[in-house]
Design a protein. Structure first.
Length: 346
C-alpha cells in the first residue's frame, strides 16, 4: 500500500523526498515554538549573549533597565505580537525620570533589533517607532570637576585607590579599563615619562570578573601620562601593588583579585561627600565624570579630533568634537600663539 501510494504521488507530480518532508516538518515545529517566544524569554537569551561580549557597566545597565521598565509591562507578551501601537502605550505608561525613560527606550530598542537579526526569533522588523522616544528625555550632563575638586576627591579616597582618581582624571580611562590594568600595563618610556597600555576591560562572567575586550576596537591604545601622574603611579606601585607583572594595579577591597566598579563607586561617592563636592541637579558625577574632566582638559589644550579619538578610544569623530574648543578665549589664545611663532622667525 505504501509503495503504491508513492507511485501514485509520482504519477500526479506530488511526490516529495522524505528528507524534504522531514525538513519542512522540523521547520514548522520550530516556527510553532518560536511563535510563542515571549519578550521575557528573549530577554534572557539576549542578556546571556551580552554576558560574553558587553562591558560590565553596559551589562548591568541593560539588566536594570529591563527589570525596572520593560519586563513588568511587556515580559509576558509574545515577541511577534508586539505592535507600534502597543509599544506607544508602553512608552506612555512608563512612570520614571526622563533619564530612566530614555534608558528604557534604548534598552528595548536594542533588545528588539537583536531579535530581528537573530534566527532564534521570528521577528522580522523592529516595531518600536515611537516618535521622539529616544530624544524625549533630557540628556543628563556630566559634571565637570575642577582641578581642586579632583585633588580633594583623591585625598578622601582610601590610600590604595587615590592613584585611581589621579589616573582617570589624567588618562581618562573607562573605570573597567582601569580596573583591568596590571603592573605590566604601566610602561616606562625611554624619555623618562610613563604611558599606560590599555588592552582589556573587566567583564562579568557569572559571579566572577574577567579581563576581556575593550568597549570598542579603538579602546586598545597607549596613553601618555603627565609627569605628576607618573610619579603618583610609581609611588602606588611601591606601596599598594603586589610584585609580578600580572599583579592587579587596583585590586579588590579584600584580596588581590579584580575590584568591582560598584564597590569602588560607593567609595567615590563617600569621598565626594567628604570633600564637599555637590553635584547640581541635571548633572552626574562618578567615575565617568573623571573621564569627562580628562577629555575636556585635553580638548581645551588644543587636541585635534584624531588626537582625542586616539587617547580616549573613540571610533566616532562626533564624540571627539564635543571636547574641542571654539570659544572666543581659545581663539585669542591661538592668535597669540600664531603671533609668537611669526615673531620668532623674523
Amino acid at each position: 500500500m505504501w509503495l503504491a501510494a508513492q507511485w501514485s504521488a509520482i504519477a500526479v507530480g506530488t511526490w516529495e523526498h522524505p528528507d524534504v518532508i522531514a525538513a519542512r516538518e522540523a521547520e514548522q515545529a520550530r516556527q510553532q515554538t518560536l511563535k510563542g517566544l515571549t519578550v521575557a524569554e528573549w530577554a534572557d537569551a539576549w542578556i546571556a549573549d551580552l554576558e560574553r561580549t558587553a562591558a560590565a557597566g553596559t551589562l548591568r545597565k541593560r539588566r536594570s533597565d529591563l527589570r525596572r521598565h520593560v519586563l513588568p509591562y511587556l515580559g509576558d507578551q509574545e515577541l511577534t505580537a508586539l505592535t507600534s501601537a502597543s509599544l506607544s502605550q508602553w512608552w506612555a505608561d512608563i512612570d520614571a525620570t526622563p533619564g530612566a525613560r530614555k534608558n528604557a527606550y534604548e534598552a528595548l530598542r536594542a533588545l528588539l533589533n537583536a531579535a530581528v537579526a537573530d534566527d532564534r526569533t521570528l521577528l522580522t522588523a523592529c516595531p518600536l517607532h515611537t516618535k521622539g522616544g529616544a530624544r524625549e528625555a533630557r540628556v543628563i550632563s556630566k559634571f565637570l570637576y575642577t582641578p581642586g575638586q579632583v585633588a580633594a576627591l583623591a585625598d578622601e579616597m582610601p590610600a590604595r585607590y587615590r592613584a585611581l582618581v589621579i589616573l582617570l582624571a589624567d588618562a581618562g580611562l573607562r573605570i573597567n579599563e582601569a580596573l583591568a590594568l596590571t603592573r605590566a600595563s604601566l610602561v616606562e618610556r625611554t624619555d623618562g615619562g610613563m604611558s599606560v597600555r590599555v588592552e582589556a576591560s573587566l567583564h562579568r562572567v557569572g559571579r566572577h570578573l574577567e579581563a576581556g575586550p575593550t568597549k570598542t576596537a579603538a579602546g586598545v591604545r597607549t596613553v601618555a601620562l603627565m609627569a605628576s601622574t607618573a610619579n603618583t603611579m610609581r609611588a602606588h606601585l611601591r606601596t599598594h601593588v603586589a610584585p609580578g607583572p600580572q599583579a592587579v594595579l587596583f585590586p579588590a577591597l579584600r584580596g588581590s583579585g579584580y575590584a568591582r566598579d560598584t564597590a569602588l563607586t560607593r567609595l567615590l561617592t563617600a569621598a565626594q561627600a567628604a570633600a564637599g563636592v555637590e553635584i547640581p541637579t541635571g548633572h552626574s558625577g562618578g567615575w565617568h565624570a573623571l573621564r569627562h574632566y580628562s577629555a575636556t582638559r585635553y580638548g581645551q589644550a588644543g587636541a585635534t579630533t584624531q588626537a582625542l579619538m586616539t587617547r580616549y578610544g573613540w571610533f566616532d569623530p562626533d564624540m571627539a568634537a564635543r571636547y574641542q574648543r571654539s570659544d572666543e578665549a581659545y581663539e585669542l589664545e591661538m592668535i597669540a600663539r600664531m603671533e609668537a611663532r611669526a615673531a620668532s622667525v623674523q
